[in-house]
Design a protein around this ligand. Structure first.
Ligand code: UD1
Length: 326
C-alpha cells in the first residue's frame, strides 16, 4: 500500500516525501517537473505526469497499489494567479477534480489536501480559527477554497479528506540538502536569504505603519519539516477512520518582519541590509493561527522555532547557492 504524493518534487511535497520515506512508508511522487525538481526526491520513485491525466494517475494507482494521497500539485504564485486566472483555475481546480475522479475509480478514498491560510484573506482578527469567514483575495486563494469545498462535497462518495491550511511555510530540511527554490518566489524568508547572499542588495520592509507593536506586518512562520509532520499525522488520522476535516497548520505565534530581521541577524551573525518601503497592496497587518483544532484532533504541534527556520534556510542556500539542478 503506497502513498501517492502529487507535486512531490516541489518544496513542501519533497520534504513530506522524505519524511515518509525516513519513517519506512512506501511513497511515490507524481510531478510534471514544470516547477519541481527531480533531485529534490533523491531516490524516491517519481512518475513524471499530470494530475489531470487519468491514464497516468490510473497507471500509478494500479502499479503502486495506492491507498492514500497527499495532494500538493498546484501553482502557488498569488500575483501570477491574478494575471493568469485561466491557467490557475485549470491546473489547480480542474486538475484536482480530474485527480479525485480517477482516484475514486481506483478506490482511493483518503486524501490530504494542501490548502492555505490565504483562504481567510484579511481576517477580522488573529489568532484566526477554522470558523472564520473565507474571503479569498486572489484566484490562487479562491482555488484553494474551491478545492476544499469540492473535497467536502465528495464525502457522500466515500472520500474522506483533510484540508490543511498552511500559514507561512519556511525553512529547509535539517540536512541542508533540501530546501526552497528562491528563484521563483518573493516570500519573505527566501528574499531575506537572497539579501544575505548578495543576490539582492537590500530587503524592503513592506510598511512599518501598521497597527502592530513595531509597525511591521505579523505572520505565522511554520518550519517546512513541521508542516511535513502535519501531513503524516493527517494521513494516519484518515487511515484510522477519521472523518473529513479542515485544519489550520500554524504555530500560533505571530512574528513581525522586524522581529524576523533581528532573529536572522542573531542566528547568522550577519547584518541584513534593509529599508522601509511602502505597503504592499492587499497585505493584512497581522495573520497568525489558532492551532487548537490540529493539536486536539491530530496531536500536531510545531516543534521548531524561527531560529531553526532561519538557520536551516541559511544552511541550504549556503550549500546550494544555485538550488538543485544548476
Ligand atoms: C503569501 C501569500 C499566501 C501564500 C504565502 C506562502 C499573499 C497575499 N499571500 O503570504 O497566499 O500562501 O505567501 O506562499 O500574497 N515582506 C516584506 N518584504 C518582502 C517580502 C515580504 O516586508 O520583500 C513581508 C510581507 O509584507 C508580509 C510578510 O513579509 O508581511 C510575509 O510575506 P510573504 O512571505 O510574501 O507571505 P504572505 O504575504 O503572508
Amino acid at each position: 500500500m503506497t502513498i501517492l504524493i502529487t507535486g512531490g518534487a516541489g518544496y513542501i511535497g519533497s520534504h513530506t516525501a522524505r519524511l515518509l520515506q525516513e519513517m519506512g512508508r512506501d511513497v511515490v511522487a507524481l510531478d510534471t517537473l514544470e516547477r519541481g525538481y527531480r533531485d529534490a526526491l533523491d531516490d524516491i520513485d517519481l512518475v513524471e505526469g499530470d494530475i489531470a491525466d487519468p491514464r497516468v494517475v490510473g497507471k500509478v494507482c494500479r502499479k503502486y497499489d495506492v491507498a492514500s494521497v497527499i495532494h500538493f500539485a498546484a501553482y502557488k504564485a498569488v500575483g501570477e494567479s491574478v494575471s493568469e486566472p485561466l491557467r490557475y483555475y485549470k491546473n489547480n481546480v480542474s486538475g484536482s477534480i480530474s485527480l479525485v475522479e480517477t482516484l475514486l475509480e481506483h478506490d482511493v478514498r483518503q486524501i490530504v489536501f494542501s490548502s492555505s491560510a490565504a483562504v481567510y484573506g484579511t481576517p477580522d482578527g488573529s489568532p484566526v480559527n477554522e470558523d472564520a469567514p473565507l474571503r479569498p483575495q486572489s484566484p490562487y486563494a479562491q482555488n484553494k477554497a474551491d478545492v476544499e469545498h469540492f473535497l467536502a462535497s465528495c464525502d457522500p462518495l466515500g472520500l474522506r479528506s483533510v484540508s490543511l491550511r498552511y500559514f507561512n511555510a519556511a525553512g529547509a530540511h535539517e540536512s541542508g540538502d533540501m530546501g526552497e527554490d528562491w528563484s521563483a518566489t518573493a516570500n519573505l524568508v527566501p528574499v531575506v536569504m537572497k539579501v544575505l547572499f548578495g543576490i539582492e542588495p537590500m530587503l524592503e520592509i513592506f510598511g512599518d505603519d501598521y497597527p502592530t507593536a513595531d509597525g511591521s506586518c505579523i505572520r505565522d512562520y511554520v518550519h517546512v519539516d513541521d508542516l511535513a509532520d502535519a501531513h503524516v499525522k493527517a494521513l494516519d488520522y484518515l487511515a484510522s477512520g477519521g472523518t473529513s476535516l479542515v485544519a489550520n497548520v500554524g504555530t500560533g505565534q505571530g512574528t513581525s518582519v522586524k522581529q524576523l530581521i533581528a532573529v536572522t541577524e542573531s542566528v547568522t551573525g550577519r547584518q541584513l541590509p534593509h529599508r522601509v518601503a511602502g505597503r504592499r497592496p492587499g497585505d493584512p497587518a497581522a495573520v497568525f493561527a489558532d492551532p487548537t483544532l490540529i493539536r486536539a484532533v491530530l496531536g500536531w504541534r510545531a516543534t521548531r522555532d524561527l531560529r531553526e527556520i532561519i538557520s536551516s534556510a541559511y544552511r541550504w542556500h549556503e550549500r546550494h547557492p544555485d538550488g538543485y539542478d544548476r
